[in-house]
Design a protein around this ligand. Structure first.
Ligand code: PBG
Length: 324
């Protein structure tokens, strides 16, 4: 054969392959989401997310300490609240002695180097199970902003380093930025859930927090999975309103959206490898149908290749452990 071009030459052994490798994955790119519950020495596994636990504050401290030794620097914390703490205006989100804000203070006190990201949205605290304020069955955008602004300030006061608005209300990034600045939190970053889709992949997360909507769905605020240009509109707004990171969520079914934000914007891009994406791998691996570790690494690498700088993933700790 008279073949002049033989791309296989660059694959002939691991040394050459690693010389020409275009993308890589390191623990320093990962954020580990954690679920918080009330109590002491409490740890309950999320049924639909094998290996992922809801932890009480004391155990979460230990978990974070252990993960930091493995090189994980940043943790995104979500609270699971008992139903009795929930109301229509998410009052508990502003309760400085409540579970969430106390835990954040506690973590920052004992582990000041841990970078703590918080979630700004009403759903864990809302008796309606929605991310926004509900009136006559509608999600009211501008009333929600007032609540989100207070929530973000309360989280910053507790010590949050990064706030993550995951609510998809219009104008919330700018509103939160102004509220934070007004209270002197000019150094608290905003990782905006820029393109958050109305996805079925969030199912296991809603089990973890027991936060599923009590009526309807989230389609009037989260994006339609059919749309990609709309993500650019959302990103334009977030940049103008002062976001520090742009996030795409979920990750795996939206690699094209990650790539498109990467190609069109200069801010760091984050991608959320969500609960359902984790659950699929775990379920198939449990049946012996897929190799957990290889599939995990291939998925995370694909998200990097699409253009994400940062990946939020429930695989963070096991990835760190298997690449020690
Ligand atoms: C809610 C929120 C959700 C997730 C993060 N923040 C769920 C939702 O919008 O219903 C999903 C994360 C995951 O599935 O891992 N504000």
């Amino acid at each position: 054969m008279d073949l002049f071009h033989r791309p296989r030459r660059n694959r002939k052994n691991e040394a050459i392959r690693s010389l020409v490798r275009e993308n890589s994955l390191s623990v320093s790119n990962l954020i580990f989401p954690l679920f918080l519950i009330d109590g002491k020495n409490k740890k309950t596994e999320v049924t639909s997310m094998p290996g992922i636990y809801r932890l009480s504050t004391d155990l979460m401290l230990k978990e974070i300490e252990q993960c930091m030794k493995l090189g994980i620097t940043t943790f995104d914390i979500f609270p699971n609240l008992e139903e009795r703490y929930k109301d229509h205006v998410a009052s508990e989100a502003m309760n400085e002695n409540g579970l969430y804000l106390s835990a954040i203070r506690e973590i920052k006190k004992h582990l000041p180097e841990a970078v703590i990201m918080t979630d700004v949205a009403m759903d864990p605290y809302s008796s309606d199970g929605h991310d926004g304020f509900v009136k006559n069955g509608q999600i009211i955008n501008d009333d929600t902003l007032e609540i989100l602004g207070k929530m973000a300030v309360a989280q910053a006061q507790a010590g949050a380093d990064i706030v993550g608005p995951s609510d998809m209300m219009d104008g919330r990034v700018g509103f939160i930025r102004e509220a934070l600045d007004e209270y002197g939190f000019t150094d608290v970053s905003i990782m905006s859930y820029t393109a958050k889709y109305a996805s079925a992949f969030y199912g296991p997360f809603r089990d973890a927090l027991e936060s599923a909507p009590k009526f309807g769905d989230k389609k009037t605020y989260q994006m339609d999975p059919a749309n990609s240009r709309e993500a650019l509109t959302e990103a334009d707004l977030d940049v103008t309103e002062g976001a520090d990171f742009l996030m795409v969520k979920p990750a795996l079914s939206y690699l094209d959206v990650i790539k498109s934000l990467r190609d069109n914007f200069n801010l760091p891009i984050a991608a959320y490898n969500v609960s359902g994406e984790y659950a699929m791998v775990k379920a198939a691996a449990a049946k012996g149908w897929l190799d957990n570790d290889r599939v995990r690494d291939e998925i995370l690498l694909s998200i990097r290749r699409a253009g994400a700088d940062v990946i939020l993933t429930y695989f963070a700790k096991e990835f760190a452990l298997s690449h020690k």
